[in-house]
Design a protein around this ligand. Structure first.
Ligand code: SAM
Length: 292
């Protein structure tokens, strides 16, 4: 991949004369720091052949730079005033740039991330709905090459945590089951207006190729991880044996842990993503064997 040039400084447009004041209900903390906006567009490293889906373009702090770099840009904005206003500001790009006035949680991502790709997802996400957006993106992880998103710093830490860490949880396992995740940079509250009360971080998610082990039953994988983290301070076998959705006795869980090479004394946070995949596959087989 050839390294695209940094966006021209004047390609980043921080428009202050927007049609409406920021709405808290839509988590509108607009980027006002040009260096950070430039760094995000640079981190996205858009190739001239790539298409971009931007989530929550707002006043266009990233949109103008992305529009200049990408073959196509589709941006989904929920705000009734900002969506038509931004579409007008970008009209000179013609059909290459579409601002869709919609709730991203209701949008048909399969249709939006359709060929021609490859697609790159970019967004300074609305923090109130970061998790539902992540879950929706993960459902469509095969449709994009990478996502570069701004989230609360502590959310970023949860997505990118390693086993054994305090922030490693069920969402970490689900996120890293689909993608490799890394924090690209931290961002201070003063880079936004209004300033959020929390620190932020820019994260890169790169969906795994098919080469990695896939769970036989992904719903079961989610149930196993959620149940294991249900009582964080206890051993994972204890939490799993207490879970009604997975009707296996403690001794059966202990046997499955041994079968998967997991220490029976492990807590949920000590178990790696690939061990969770092995455990959920083994639990599926055991459940099938003992079922009616
Ligand atoms: N990208 C702009 C920036 O960096 O300055 C705005 C980022 S602001 C944190 C989040 C944006 O997401 C806002 O423009 C907000 O209106 C939009 N938004 C909030 N909820 C949304 C939803 N459900 N669907 C689409 N856009 C949404």
């Amino acid at each position: 991949m050839t390294r695209p040039p940094e966006p021209r400084h004047d390609a980043i447009q921080l428009r202050t004369a927007a049609p409406a004041p920021p709405k808290r209900s839509l988590s509108q903390n607009f980027l006002v720091d040009r260096n950070t906006a430039t760094a995000i567009v640079t981190a996205a490293a858009i190739q001239p052949s790539e298409s971009v889906l931007e989530i929550g373009p707002g006043r266009g702090a990233l949109t103008f730079g992305l529009a200049e770099a990408a073959a196509r840009l589709v941006a989904v904005e929920r705000d009734d005033a900002l969506a038509p206003w931004l579409a007008e500001q970008l009209a000179s790009h013609g059909d290459r740039v579409r601002i869709i006035h919609a709730d991203v949680l209701e949008a048909d991502l399969a249709a939006l991330l359709a060929p021609p790709g490859p697609w790159v997802v970019v967004g300074n996400l609305p923090y109130a709905i970061t998790t539902p957006i992540l879950l929706k993106l993960l459902q469509h992880a095969r449709r994009f090459d990478r996502a570069i998103v701004m989230v609360q710093r502590e959310v970023a830490q949860r997505w990118c945590a390693g086993p054994g860490s305090r922030t490693y949880g069920a969402i970490t396992v689900w996120c890293q089951y689909h993608c490799s995740c890394r924090v690209l940079r931290k961002v201070r509250p003063s880079c936004f207006r209004p300033s959020p009360s929390v620190e932020s971080a820019l994260v890169e998610l790169r969906p795994h190729s098919d080469a990695l082990p896939r769970a036989r039953d992904e719903t079961l994988l989610q149930q196993v991880t959620r149940a294991a983290f249900g009582q964080r301070r206890k051993r994972a076998v204890t939490s799993l044996a207490a879970c009604r959705v997975l009707p296996l006795a403690r001794e059966e869980w202990e046997a499955l842990f041994r079968e998967c090479g997991i220490d029976e004394r492990s807590r949920a946070e000590d178990i790696s993503v690939s061990q969770y995949v092995a455990l959920s596959d083994a639990a599926g087989r055991a459940r099938g064997a003992s079922g009616p």
